[in-house]
Write a new protein. Structure first.
Length: 318
């Protein structure tokens, strides 16, 4: 196995959001590492139901329900983080970031929020998003092969044509953008994008318009929960989703989170900002390696590590 050094001075920890979950997530890690098992057990206790069983055994449909997916992602990522911290005592990364829901995990890693508080927040986030989706249904679609700027222009055109909302939701990497909004505007935007040369468009299997104004009812509800969560100043700078800039004070973190659900996830800009700040290695903690793939498409010179199972840690040099 290739082993590589992980220098905290040039390493960022990144945490995945929805779409990375799968049945079996975290099971091997919890079986092999008591520190990880403790995180799953704590989550089961706090939530009052066996989230660990849902993560490890499914059913898949229940795991993919946003009110379960968001806590599951947080728990698996923090379980991996606790093992990393146990194996590398005193490890402190240069920066942390999370994709959408993963930003809440990043807050725990940065010391801005306790695990218990974060778990309650993401549960509330999932419930709020589900309720907002019922109140203001929408949809999302992935667009491949066009720049984010071109996709944004097509969305603006579609909004003018239909009088409805559609906008860029996630700028994931060059050539991969997700759009979100009302069904008529979304359909019009996809027609325009196809005519303008999009390589492929895929409607996502969701009935909400995340990271668009359709989430305003959810954002208000979540903002109240954030206000009462007891955020602290981060011990490690967080690159926020909304501005793709370092957050170093609790109030700045609060503003970013309170704008997040209705704003674009600027992941491409976030990775480029971290590279400009001297980060050479990105360690993705949590299920799978979706973020590693996106990072490679943003900057092929960046080193990436996916840390989600016992064997992942063997690749780290002492």
């Amino acid at each position: 196995m290739i082993r590589m050094p992980i220098d905290p001075r040039t390493t960022a920890l990144v945490f995945p959001g929805q779409g990375s979950q799968f049945v079996g997530m975290g099971k091997a890690l919890a079986q092999a590492e008591p520190a990880a098992a403790d995180v799953f057990a704590r989550a089961d206790f706090l939530l009052g139901f066996p989230l660990s069983t849902l993560c490890w055994e499914g059913p898949e449909q229940a795991l993919n329900d946003t009110v379960n997916t968001q806590p599951a992602l947080l728990v698996h990522s923090i379980a991996a983080l606790r093992v990393l911290q146990q194996r590398m005592p005193g490890f402190r990364p240069a920066l942390v970031a999370g994709h959408s829901m993963g930003e809440f995990t990043a807050l725990v890693a940065a010391g801005a929020l306790g695990f218990d508080q974060a778990l309650r927040l993401v549960l509330e986030r999932g419930r709020a998003m589900q309720a907002a989706g019922s109140e203001r249904p929408g949809g999302m679609a992935a667009v491949f092969g066009l720049a984010a700027s071109a996709v944004a222009e097509a969305c603006a055109h579609a909004s003018r044509d239909t009088g409805a909302i559609v906008q860029v939701a996630n700028d994931n990497c060059p050539g991969q953008v997700v759009i979100s909004g009302d069904a008529p505007a979304l359909a019009r935007a996809l027609d325009i994008l196809t005519a303008e040369g999009a390589r492929k468009t895929i409607r996502l299997a969701v009935s909400i318009g995340a990271h668009s104004p359709l989430m305003e009812p959810a954002q208000g509800r979540l903002s109240r929960a954030i206000d009462s969560a007891g955020l602290s100043d981060p011990q490690v700078p967080i690159i926020g989703n909304v501005e793709a800039a370092p957050l170093t004070r609790a109030e700045a973190v609060r503003r970013d989170l309170q704008a997040q659900l209705t704003s674009r996830v600027r992941w491409t800009e976030s990775i480029r900002a971290m590279r400009a700040a001297g980060v050479t290695t990105f360690a993705e903690l949590g299920p799978g390696s979706v973020l590693c793939g996106l990072i490679h498409r943003i900057d092929r010179t960046a080193a990436t590590l996916a840390i989600d199972a016992p064997g992942s840690f063997a690749a780290l040099a002492d």
